[in-house]
Ligand binder design. Structure first.
Ligand code: AHM
Ligand code: MG
Length: 334
């Protein structure tokens, strides 16, 4: 059987008129940038790319050299093609305007250029997460306000994972497709058609070192899972925590599970660690398109109205039954 590359998949999507040509081009450009990031990541110490860049991002986190390199790769790849109105990134405080010499398009691109960056220097999987929105009409220089659309407005989302293999997982709103990078040929090839998250699971992911800071519903849920088959859930659960959301979500897409990064008492003013617009929303879109669910403990993440570009949110996503249980425990607590 002939191989279906990402390009062929996108062209066929355009032919069936489900994907406009400029959106197809946008995804191809993002995929090309992800190949370049994969290449940079894989060089490691040989390429002199490990370690800190010596700067902080808008959230006050120390930027790694590869955070900055990945951000630059995505900006440079996407600024000239005429498909974007503006970009926003975890690594930039404000929206990035398309330079005046280039034409502008109708989409907004948001990304976390290198997610899981605490894992870079220890050679553990990291990734790129992206989300695509339409730019509201009549806006010439889209500022933060243009981006503040709920996740249900996303027209595409995906992530690249740089692990033992480099893969690109993509949704255009009708299911999730997985592509593996064939390094010899240089193209992404479809290897996972119609990915589905199993509805039930016996595996959960949470940073358990924060246990003393958790709210009561999370403590209850995790205690019940830890109680094993003689406990109220009647199952022996396994736990995994990679500390790269991309890698944890990828495992859940592949074999099920629930991922949790709850609000906790460390920083009461922040509703969680992860960012709504370029982490939680795209991952929620992918998980929902694969038959899973994603909430902030009370509401569907993709229904939340963002109030700022770098806003944080609590995240419970993955296998439907487990996300529903975690959400129910939060609602009962209200
Ligand atoms: P980053 O975008 O700065 O890399 O931070 C997000 C990461 C997620 O990938 C991961 O789920 C989480 O932070 C890990 O947090 P912790 O360090 O508490 O384990
Ligand atoms: Mg991240």
């Amino acid at each position: 059987m002939s191989r279906i590359t990402l390009s062929r998949y996108l062209i066929e999507q355009t032919r069936s008129q489900e994907t406009p040509a400029d959106l197809r081009f946008l995804i191809e450009v993002v995929a090309r940038a992800c190949k370049a990031i994969s290449h940079a990541v894989s060089k490691g110490a040989l390429g002199g790319v490990l370690g800190n860049a010596g700067s902080d991002n808008v959230q006050g986190e120390a930027q790694k050299k590869l955070d900055v390199i990945s951000n630059d790769i995505l900006l440079e790849a996407n600024e000239w093609g005429g498909h974007l109105a503006a970009m926003a990134s975890e690594e930039m405080e404000k929206a990035y305007q398309i330079p005046g010499e280039f034409p502008k398009g109708k989409y907004l691109l948001l990304f976390d250029p290198l997610d899981g960056s605490s894992n870079i220097d220890v050679n553990v999987s990291v990734g790129t997460i992206f989300s695509v929105l339409r730019c509201p009409e009549g806006i010439d220089a889209p500022c933060e306000k243009a981006f503040l659309q709920p996740g249900v407005e996303q027209v595409a989302a995906g992530y690249a994972i740089y692990g033992p293999q480099t893969m690109l997982m993509l949704t255009l709103g009708h299911g999730v497709k997985g592509f593996t990078l064939d390094r010899e040929v240089g193209s992404f090839v479809m290897t996972h058609d119609d990915i589905r998250v199993p509805e039930q699971t016996k595996e959960f992911a949470i940073n358990a070192s924060n246990q003393r800071h958790w709210e009561a519903p999370v403590k209850r849920y995790v205690d019940e899972m830890l109680a094993g088959e003689t406990g109220p859930l009647g199952k022996n659960y396994n736990m995994r925590w990679i500390a790269s959301m991309v890698a944890d979500v990828h495992r859940i897409l592949t074999r099920g599970g629930i991922f949790m990064y709850p609000r906790d008492a460390r920083e009461p003013e922040k509703p969680g660690k992860l960012r709504l617009m370029y982490e939680a929303n795209p991952m929620s879109f992918i998980i929902e398109q694969a038959g899973g669910a994603a909430t902030n403990g009370l509401e569907r993440i993709m229904d939340l109205q963002p109030t700022s570009l770098h806003e944080r949110v609590a995240v419970f996503l993955g296998s439907k039954e487990e996300v529903e249980r975690a959400t129910r425990y939060h609602r009962e607590q209200q």
